[in-house]
Design a protein around this ligand. Sequence first.
Ligand SMILES: O=C1NC[C@H](CO)[C@@H](O)[C@@H]1O
Length: 431
Amino acid sequence: LVVFSMSLAGCTAPAQQTDSLRDFVSVQGTTFVLNGEPYRFAGANMWYGAYLGAPGELGDRERLLRELDLLQSYGINNLRVLAASESSELMRAVRPAIVENAEGDLNESLLQGLDFLLAEMAKRDMKAVLYLNNFWQWSGGMSQYVAWFTGEPVFDPDVTGRWNPFMQNSARFYRLPEAQALYRQVIESVLTRVNSVNGVAYNRDATIMSWQLANEPRPGSDAEGRPNYPHFEAWVHDTAGFIKALAPHQLVSTGNEGAMGTLGDAALFERSHASDNIDYLTFHMWIKNWSWFDVTRAEQTYEAAWEKARAYMQTHMAIADRLNKPIVLEEFGVERDAGVFARGSSTEYRDRFYGQVYDFIEHNAEADGPFAGSNFWAWGGFGKTERADFMWQPGDDFFGDPPQEPQGLNSVFSDDTSTLELIKAHAQRLQ
Ligand SMILES: O=C1NC[C@H](CO)[C@@H](O)[C@@H]1O
């Protein structure tokens, strides 16, 4: 298939793309297919990939190239990356942002960063999962859209400490027509962008496996979110349909956490992911965030935490089988021992957890189950900080931990060899 599409920017050289359709990841029942073969992957989260790829002072292309080579050497060949952030007064939102204002002006440097990242991933036969919004505050996200189109000040959970009202406020996004119009404008701009490095149109680039509606979109807070659910379900179906029309060769997923991301109700997760516009299921698993595991009481809490994790994975395997769709655990992680952030500190419980998750995935794969891959949260590579509070400030290195969390909380660094060897062995067994 030779696909040509003229660039809309004044008919410059046509965006050329010679990928055959086989180069795109597709879905057959509960299996991903790539180049005619089943595709299962050991991946990573690298939210900051476009930021690192940006030209000039903002990015660090030398670091990015070293990190992509290191990831490839460990068999990590699928990266989940932030593809839209919004300029915001939110205290812990990353700066600068891709969407600069309510008019939808886009930061060309950051988009050139995404261009560079995708072009370099293509050279390494890596696949990208790109999310186009965020339910949380660390990239502006849905709550910034709400502020833009209600005229209300941002509702900042890092100032108020009140998460339920923040989640309910973010969920207003689904029902604000002007917010949805800008969101779709951004989606169309990104999906039809022609990569400034290799001339490939994003929606014809086989490097991009999947477009994701958002990072961890939820209907609202567990306590008060149920009335929002119908709007959430309609938003999933309609937005995914909009994306599929723009990118018929690529997959669409939600970025949802699973039952814990649908008010704790697995039936709502199943219903909202039954849409034909959703090609595969995603789920996330946070044994610390969900208070299953306490790193300061690791020995006392780990076994029970693992049992809950195993049950959570089994629940979602059953849903994937019923919906006949592949499923990816696209976020899981745990802190370093004793909750220490510093590079070089021990990761005994992290390695134990990763090893047990990978073992579960491999057993499911051996039984031809729907568990098609995973992305650990998160790759921190060569990131370093001197900050006493470990909190990110503009101009600092990027870590796998976004700006709202201590830099080092969940990051797997370039010298976390025990963890990286675990991932490499898993990747090899998957192949
Ligand atoms: O998407 C996410 N899920 C959990 C991460 C770690 O707490 C968090 O940093 C991110 O917002």
